[in-house]
Design a protein around this ligand. Structure first.
Ligand code: ADP
Length: 322
């Protein structure tokens, strides 16, 4: 599907360049023929003059003047046409490229989401069948139950991401902002995180009693998405940091990991809907490209912003300031 969309874009690009060159060639041809016509008219008018005419010099001046004006008119009109065509061409090219990119990302998203939906459902079904058919000891029983819970909470997170992002995109989500203790919310996210990923070391630093007007559901999603990315994109043995503090009369939330980091040229695009770095063949981590788009929307809906930077010595830091 992706290959066919690439081919489609290549075909459109060829047609586009052909049409553009044709239009420019037609414009140049039009310009040359008008200039030739102007030249002919000039000669014709000149030949018509009689040398013994008392107004001869005045008439020559008039003819020269007319030719100059026509020259300027053709050059001026031609340049404006060329400029308009080039500006239009740039717009059309950019819009088409954007459209193709978006449709490719949507195809990727559909493939990813199908996979992400099917896996937890299949695992959950298998686990439930095992529990139904086999007598397991207590330890195995607990293991299967916690694995199933993990899969269902992944499913829940995924469907929330899809639902909320489409509602936010359509402007249909009604923000429910309330003054809450944000420090408690962040600590609760950290506790859930440690329960879900007991092997990951989370370094938590939360300034107590930061009260803010937030939509707690959205804010929990924001923190969870950033933490989940830190887990997905950094090695299992590396630490993850989660900080909440106040500075310059603003509240700062910071999530840092020690993964490979994000190249500078990708930092703007990672916040676009469905955007994922790399290609389907090179990507290892599962995902839909919705997480950071949601984080950005949520930060903006709380009159804030999200930034991405380098973590030292390596890794990524996401900072939400609001
Ligand atoms: P997803 O994780 O589902 O692919 P996101 O919108 O959350 O989508 O992230 C977009 C892309 O940004 C990811 O595909 C990944 O390449 C990159 N990214 C996000 N977080 C990190 C991180 N902590 N470290 C490195 N790369 C990241």
């Amino acid at each position: 599907m992706i290959r066919s969309s690439k081919k489609g874009f290549a075909f459109i690009t060829i047609v586009y360049w052909f049409l553009l060159l044709y239009i420019i060639a037609a414009l140049v041809w039009w310009f040359i023929s008008l200039q030739q016509q102007n030249e002919m008219m000039y000669r014709f008018r000149f030949d018509e003059l009689k040398k013994d005419d008392p107004a001869y010099i005045q008439k020559v001046e008039n003819i020269n003047d007319l030719k100059r004006r026509k020259d300027t008119q053709y050059i001026g009109e031609g340049s404006i046409f060329l400029l308009v065509i080039l500006i239009g061409a740039v717009f059309v090219y950019r819009a088409t490229r954007k459209q193709f990119r978006l449709s490719r990302q949507q195809q990727n998203f559909l493939m990813a989401v199908t996979h992400e939906l099917k896996t937890p459902i299949a695992v959950t079904q298998l686990n439930l069948e095992t529990l139904q058919k086999r007598k397991l000891d207590e330890q195995q029983h607990q293991k299967i139950i916690s694995q199933t819970l993990e899969e269902t909470s992944r499913l829940n997170e995924l469907s929330n991401n899809i639902l909320v992002s489409s509602q936010l995109e359509a402007g249909a989500y009604e923000l429910n902002k309330q003054r809450i203790n944000l420090s408690d919310l962040v600590k609760q996210c950290a506790a859930n995180f440690s329960q879900r990923f007991p092997k990951r070391n989370l370094i938590l630093s939360v300034l107590e009693n930061i009260f803010c007007e937030v939509d707690d559901i959205l804010f929990t999603m924001l923190v969870n998405n950033l933490l989940e990315n830190a887990v997905k994109y950094s090695p299992a043995e590396k630490d993850i940091q989660l900080k909440l503090f106040s500075k310059d009369k603003k509240t700062w939330l910071l999530v840092a990991d020690e993964g490979p980091g994000i190249p500078a040229n990708e930092r703007k695009r990672i916040f676009q809907r469905f955007y994922r770095i790399g290609s389907e063949n090179t990507r290892k981590a599962k995902g839909t490209g919705l997480g950071l788009y949601l984080c950005k929307k949520i930060a903006e809906d709380h009159n804030g912003r999200i930034e991405v930077g380098d973590h030292t010595p390596n890794g990524t830091v996401f900072t939400v300031i609001f």
